[in-house]
Design a protein around this ligand. Structure first.
Ligand code: ADP
Ligand code: ZN
Ligand code: ZN
Length: 732
């Protein structure tokens, strides 16, 4: 018996199958990892097939040295998927396998400390002197057992309190192997009676699930129209016939609230994969799937690789989100495309859903590549009323604050009524840059071509790309002037101004700066949800998954930030973001209001967002895409050449350009294609590396694949790196 093996060496000349002999008595299976001799050392490899006929001369064949896994980690279908990814994203096999494999697979099982409530009857009177202890018990009554570390974090309590309770015999602290602990004692919920629209959607998809044939749907439903209930019902149907389901959600939507909805319906038959998990924890979730302990996986991008053997359904929530694309490392895959392929291979059904589908997906749906399902009405409340305020008019009327008079008065009203407000601004920090009023000097990052953002709390200037920091000086380093201007606002500034104007308001802020510590995201969320704050200020972290009935006002402090990004998708992103944020208002009984502040109140993104008319937005936007040959009318490829020496980078990018030209000539491409550049990337230096780019557009993806293959295998000077992204979502 012989094994065909992909070796774990990242180079183009070794990116192929190697044949090894399987020694007598070795229980080797396809999908296992092995150690094999390679040149003069042992390297790790992945067994992709077993055969009787070696494709290599017998006398030269070496033997597999050792098996590394107790059981196969990939099944044949996953290997087929991996092969497809390798060709489609033009990367190495070993990179794909590493992506599909759970991080932490070699760490094995881990033990955790858990806390369990031992006495159910707990009386508040007994804890008059120890309110913190009582708080712990009260929490445990709702959720027990729970990880000790999690409990401490959520309640912001200390180990002393826990030990005291243990001594009194109220609780027990014990150890268990991670995979078997059940933290999921969320109250069980039952499905509501579906609306006619929901029923119709479920019936359609259910037919496909039962047929056992691959199929793909776009579920286009406004925010709050009950999409999640449709997912839950579809999963139920899938599980009923003995199959399993994957639900992909974008990182920021993976709030405790979202997870709870799945767990409360399916109990501990659900695994959750989010980026906050340690490699060991990731592996444990993976193993639950492998051991058939769960039927459902809810998770971020990488959950698309959950190792089910009997996949029936993949749901992609908020399918327009850019987080489904892995942009920064190879393979630069899009989980949406991978899901579609996986469904094809495994004869499963794909359901993509959004209130604001990406242009590409909606275009495919109206062309008939996907089946289109619609949910047109909110279940509980009417759509919020949206008003747009032109901030130049505010200024003309003498209001130079960051709040329009309208938003200001609404905030005030809300505070008076005891209703909650969300203020959204897609930029963190205090001001996006500072400038000297006298000489115009703007401090920039010495490593990156980007101005530094001022963070008031720390009195620091920070680079949002590489993390460089310097103290904010009171005088201009160039001319010594004391007159500093703060340009462009961020969330920190919004918070300070709110506190200044509304000192009585209880304010929370949620952005990268306030959520660095593990669990802080959840903490802020629960604090706000439970009514411990009146106003929540945040970046796009708060645009999704927040279903809080008492939020009746949403203010968008400045819509223009996303609108003015140098990216052809900026209009689309703005429309999506505004719609999503607006969707946070009025989700309960009380009606919602939304105020969008902007300097561009005539822009179609803003106008259509105000009317909440996706189709109208689509019709406008698709015209531009067609004229300028952007997706969905052509594929793009972004090639970024980077290095420390600007001259070398420039040269290398010129060579890359010529290579693109050469491939296109050689292929005699007749369809539309265009090579743009070479030019400095919009952010022309990051971390001391200069960045130049070449962008290739083509109607045929295959042309781009050929070019990708060619330019990635070219010789470049040392230190020059080349990053190729086909169908990029970000071209900065
Ligand atoms: P979406 O996912 O489209 O934003 P959700 O599924 O979250 O919408 O539904 C919005 C709200 O309406 C949720 O609180 C949900 O529990 C509730 N809901 C959804 N469908 C029904 C139904 N058929 N009957 C009653 N309540 C429903
Ligand atoms: Zn100056
Ligand atoms: Zn920097």
């Amino acid at each position: 018996m012989f094994a065909e093996v992909i070796v774990e060496i990242k180079a183009s000349n070794t990116d192929r199958l190697y044949t090894y002999k399987v020694p007598e008595g070795m229980d080797l299976e396809v999908g296992m990892r092995v150690l094999v001799p390679f040149k003069n050392r042992l390297v790790e490899g992945y067994v992709v097939s077993l055969t009787d006929k070696p494709s290599y001369s017998l006398e030269k064949i070496k033997s597999v040295y050792k098996i590394l896994d107790k059981y196969p980690i990939f099944n044949e279908k996953m290997i087929e998927l991996a092969k497809w990814m390798r060709d489609y994203y033009k990367c190495y096999f070993s990179e794909v396998f590493q992506t599909i494999m759970p991080a932490g697979i070699d760490r094995g099982e881990k033990k955790v400390k858990l806390v369990r409530l031992k006495i159910e009857d707990v009386f508040e009177e007994d804890f008059k002197k120890a309110p913190r202890q009582y708080e712990v018990l009260r929490y445990l009554k709702k959720r027990s057992p729970i990880k000790l570390s999690e409990l401490v974090k959520i309640l912001n309590t200390d180990y002393g309190t826990i030990r005291a309770l243990e001594k009194k015999g109220y609780i027990e602290v014990y150890e268990e192997e991670i995979s078997r602990f059940q933290v999921r004692d969320v109250e069980k919920t039952f499905p509501p009676i579906l609306t006619e629209e929901q029923k119709r959607a479920v019936e359609e998809v259910k037919k496909s699930i039962l047929s056992g044939q691959p199929d793909a749907y776009l579920l286009f439903g406004v925010t709050g129209s009950g999409k999640t209930e449709v997912y839950l019902k579809l999963i139920e149907e899938t599980v009923k016939i003995g199959k399993s389901a994957i639900v992909l959600v974008p990182e920021i939507a993976l709030t405790p609230q979202t997870i709870e909805r799945f767990v409360s319906r399916f109990g501990n038959r659900v695994a959750v994969i989010h980026s906050g998990l340690s490699p060991g924890e990731r592996f444990d979730e993976w193993r639950k799937v492998k051991n058939k302990e769960v039927d459902v996986v809810v998770g971020v991008r990488s959950a698309v690789f959950a190792p089910f053997d009997n996949l029936g359904l993949i749901i992609i929530d908020e399918e327009h989100e850019a987080t489904y694309k892995q942009s920064d490392t190879r393979p630069r895959y899009n989980a949406k495309e991978v899901a579609e392929k996986r469904c094809e291979i495994e004869k499963a059904v794909l359901v993509m859903a959004s209130a604001t589908p990406s242009l590409e997906t909606y275009y495919k749906a109206i062309k008939g590549d996907y089946k289109l399902l619609k949910l047109t009405r909110r279940i509980k409340a009417s759509m919020p009323e949206i008003e747009v305020v032109n901030m130049s008019e505010e200024l003309a009327k003498g209001n130079n604050s960051i709040f329009s008079r309208k938003l200001f008065s609404y905030i005030k009203e809300n505070l008076k009524k005891g209703e909650q407000t969300i203020l959204f601004l897609n930029r963190r920090g205090y001001s996006s840059f500072v400038a000297c009023r006298d000489c115009g000097y703007v401090p920039k990052c010495p490593n990156c071509d980007i101005s530094l953002t001022y963070h008031f709390e720390d009195k620091k200037l920070v680079c949002h790309y590489c993390g460089y920091e310097e103290p904010m000086s009171e005088t201009c380093p160039k001319c010594g002037s004391k007159r500093i201007r703060y340009m462009g606002i961020g969330t920190e500034r919004v918070e300070m101004d709110i506190k200044k104007f509304f000192p009585e308001a209880r304010v929370l802020r949620m952005d990268v700066d306030t959520t660095r510590r593990k669990g802080s995201h959840e903490k802020i969320f629960y604090e706000f949800k439970s009514g411990k704050a009146d106003i929540l200020i945040g970046t796009q972290m708060i645009s999704k998954g927040f279903d809080i009935p008492n939020v009746t006002l949403v203010g968008v402090i400045l819509a223009d930030i996303t609108l003015n990004l140098p990216d052809f998708r900026s209009s689309e992103r703005t429309f999506q973001l505004l719609t999503q944020v607006a969707g946070r208002a009025g989700r309960g009984e009380k009606p919602g209001r939304v105020v969008i502040q902007t300097y561009e109140d005539n822009h179609y993104s803003i106008l259509t967002a105000k009317e909440q008319d996706y189709v109208k937005f689509f019709r406008e936007e698709i015209k531009y895409r067609e004229i300028f040959k952007y997706p969905p009318f052509a594929h793009l490829m972004n090639i970024v050449v980077s290095g420390e020496d600007e001259g070398k980078v420039k040269n290398a990018s010129a060579n890359t350009y010529l290579a693109c030209q050469k491939v296109i000539n050689k292929l005699q491409v007749k369809s539309y294609n265009k090579i743009l550049g070479p030019a400095p990337a919009p952010i022309s230096k990051i971390n001391n590396r200069y960045r130049w780019q070449v962008i290739v557009k083509s109607e045929e993806r295959e042309v781009l694949e050929e070019i990708a293959e060619y330019v990635q295998n070219m010789k470049y000077p040392k230190d020059i790196r080349i990053a190729v992204d086909i169908d990029p979502l970000n071209i900065m």
